[in-house]
Design a protein around this ligand. Structure first.
Ligand code: SAM
Length: 403
């Protein structure tokens, strides 16, 4: 017996990272994590929006899911910069030994440290449900390698009180090979957490099987109706992330970016004007009629024109705003940007739609802020509820939901 140095990063992180690496390589669209417990793997996977569109967690323990469901909610940054693709996250209470029609047609199912919590008889139903009934394109199963146990300091018996068994590599591989033969899969074995020196040949601390379905994609279109409403599992949480696929969100995001960029250009212009109003080489001051002649309005589409002032307004040509990489990424062409803004009632645009018109004076902003503050105060007096109190209510409602 020898002491094993603690794993770094910790073993559970290495298991999650294994799945994350797999996702980055094979880019599954629909993923289920079986036995997701406190949703830690899901929390990592939700950042892979370039491929994952539906992320589902299933666990028999509803309390664990309810306790942690909020960790899967969108962050402020998800609203400020919505992802391009859609993402829905759902949590279900259910058993992996039950057939749930909703779970068919997924690209990847992960079972991280789950099967050793099942009675051996349930491992049989689990195998049929997973590989026979759900038949996902790929499955990742991790489980303790019993041969490694003598290297774990102070361990007597199984690694966890709830484990029903812990398999040697031969046992795990025999089970895996049998389900592959039965259900048309192939499997590769690997793991995380290596022993060193003379202990190397005990294998990984966590053994992992990566299964691939051998036959072509199944057509689940006939079961679409089933898929809409899970019939066996109980839905505990569903969240749809803001995404640019949603037209409203796309439009709001584009407007935010345009306003941000235009305001930034306006501020710069005002700053430079304050140092020397009419002799600054970077800015131009001319009436609108002259602006057309100068090419600031309606000039060559891609040519960047200067910001200029007209009366009490600062005029920001769309071509200036177009130089923002975020605006470019959101809108394919300057013409497209112009069309999208022309439909908007909030934006003030020149007649030809090529120039954004913003007030020169900051007073407007100050007045607006003051008005908003006054309105908020009035609202609080009317309802007798301050924002902080509203939050307390939210908390209380949430705790009822958790009960
Ligand atoms: N996969 C998670 C991870 O690696 O962090 C947690 C694994 S935890 C050790 C095992 C989880 O499997 C528990 O949350 C337990 O509730 C769940 N579980 C046990 N039997 C189950 C069953 N029949 N169906 C679904 N989940 C089950």
């Amino acid at each position: 017996m020898t002491n094993v140095t603690p794993f770094s990063p910790p073993l559970y992180m290495q298991r999650y990272q294994f799945v994350v690496d797999y996702v980055q390589t094979y880019r599954p669209r629909k993923v289920i994590d079986f036995g997701c417990a406190d949703c830690r793997l899901l929390k990592k996977l939700k950042f892979h929006r370039d491929c994952i569109e539906l992320l589902v967690g299933v666990d028999i323990n509803a309390a664990a899911l309810l306790k942690k469901r909020r960790t899967l909610a969108p962050l402020m940054s998800d609203y400020l910069q919505p992802g391009e693709g859609p993402l829905t996250i759902e949590l279900y209470q259910g058993s992996v030994t039950e057939r749930e029609p909703y779970t068919r047609g997924f690209d990847l199912v992960t079972c991280v440290e789950l099967i050793e919590h099942l009675e051996l008889v349930d491992v049989e139903s689990f195998s049929e449900v997973l590989f026979g009934y759900m038949a996902p394109a790929a499955v990742i199963i991790s489980t303790p390698n019993a041969e490694f146990n003598p290297l774990l300091p102070g361990l007597r018996g199984f690694r966890n009180y709830d484990h029903k068994f812990e398999w040697t590599r031969a046992e795990f591989q025999a089970w895996a090979q049998r389900v592959c033969d039965e259900y048309g899969y192939s499997v590769q074995f690997t793991g995380v957490g290596e022993a060193h020196g003379c202990w190397r040949d005990v294998g990984f601390c966590t053994q992992i099987g990566v299964f691939q379905r051998n036959y072509d994609e199944l057509n689940w279109s006939t079961s679409n109706a089933d898929r809409l409403e899970p019939s066996v599992y109980r839905l505990l949480y569903r969240v749809v992330y803001p995404s640019l696929c949603d037209n409203n969100i796309y439009h709001k995001t584009l407007l935010n970016e345009v306003v941000y960029e235009a305001q930034h250009l306006r501020q710069e212009w005002l700053r430079s004007k304050n140092t020397d109003p009419y002799n600054n080489p970077h800015v131009h001051y001319y009436p609108l009629a002259d602006a057309v002649q100068h090419g600031a309005v309606g000039g060559a589409a891609e040519q960047q024109q200067p910001v200029y002032q007209q009366g009490g307004d600062i005029c920001v040509p769309l071509s200036c705003v177009w130089s923002s990489p975020r605006v470019k990424a959101l809108c394919g062409s300057l013409q497209c940007l112009r069309e999208k803004l022309q439909d908007d009632l909030v934006m003030r645009l020149s007649v030809d739609g090529m120039v954004l018109i913003l007030p020169a004076a900051d007073e407007d902003e100050e007045l607006e802020e003051k008005k908003e503050e006054e309105e908020e105060e009035e609202e609080e007096v009317k309802t007798g509820v301050a924002d902080s109190a509203k939050e307390d209510w939210d908390e209380e409602l949430a705790s009822y939901g958790n009960a």
